[in-house]
Design a protein around this ligand. Structure first.
Ligand code: ADP
Length: 201
């Protein structure tokens, strides 16, 4: 199964992808995690990406597309994958389509988590609190300024990606405002075809 999860920062893509990974035994490919690992390891990609990420901007398409192309070519992605945080621009979506076509592959579904934006900042604040409480390290871009930039980037560059997939009739919309378990259930039911998703796009 090959899936894409779309949604604004704080929508719960990471949480849901992790659960889908367990259930379907396919890797979760988070470009955010891959980029953070590159920053941590101070690779050339990481050194280039760090400043942009800290401010909440988008890393150039060519960089991210290169990372994803390598990753989906890995043996563990042969049976499928969940893309979390990619594609984030129409250019990336086009590059992904090209990559998949070359491998004779298709996406099974693009799942968009719909959330009320007023709730997002509160979710990020909670994530910071939980991270600190468990002794973890808070992400450099989990602060109000960078969060606003991430949301702006989402509106300007990622929202059109939903239209791109709606036109291809692979976009499924899920309510991301209900508790995480209910979101998981809705996604699983949708994937198992037991409910029809209304309101594409
Ligand atoms: P979130 O969805 O919470 O904003 P991510 O972990 O997906 O967080 O991404 C963190 C940052 O990594 C983004 O703000 C951006 O700078 C960079 N990034 C991740 N994925 C992409 C992508 N596909 N294209 C460009 N930049 C990306």
């Amino acid at each position: 199964m090959r899936l894409v999860l779309l949604g604004p920062p704080g929508a719960g893509k990471g949480t849901q992808s992790m659960r889908l990974k367990e259930k379907y035994h396919i890797p979760q490919l988070s470009t955010g995690d891959m980029l953070r690992a590159a920053v941590e390891a101070a690779t050339p990609v990481g050194l280039e990406a760090k400043a942009v990420m800290d401010k909440g901007g988008l890393v150039p398409d060519a960089t991210v597309v290169g990372i994803v192309a390598d990753r989906i070519g890995a043996p563990d992605a042969k049976t499928g994958f969940i893309l979390d945080g990619f594609p984030r621009t129409v250019g990336q979506a086009e590059a992904l389509a090209k990559m998949l076509r070359a491998k004779n592959m298709d996406l099974d579904a693009v799942i968009e988590l719909k959330v009320d934006e007023a709730a997002l900042l509160a979710r990020i604040a909670q994530r910071v609190k939980d991270t600190l409480a468990s002794g973890g390290t808070v992400r450099a871009d989990d602060n109000p300024e960078a969060f606003k930039a991430r949301l702006d980037a989402y509106h300007a560059q990622t929202a059109p990606v939903s239209d791109f997939y709606a036109k291809q009739a692979v976009l499924k919309t899920v309510d991301g405002m209900v508790p995480a378990d209910a979101v998981t259930k809705a996604i699983e039911q949708m994937l198992e075809g037991s409910i029809r998703c209304v309101g594409l796009g």
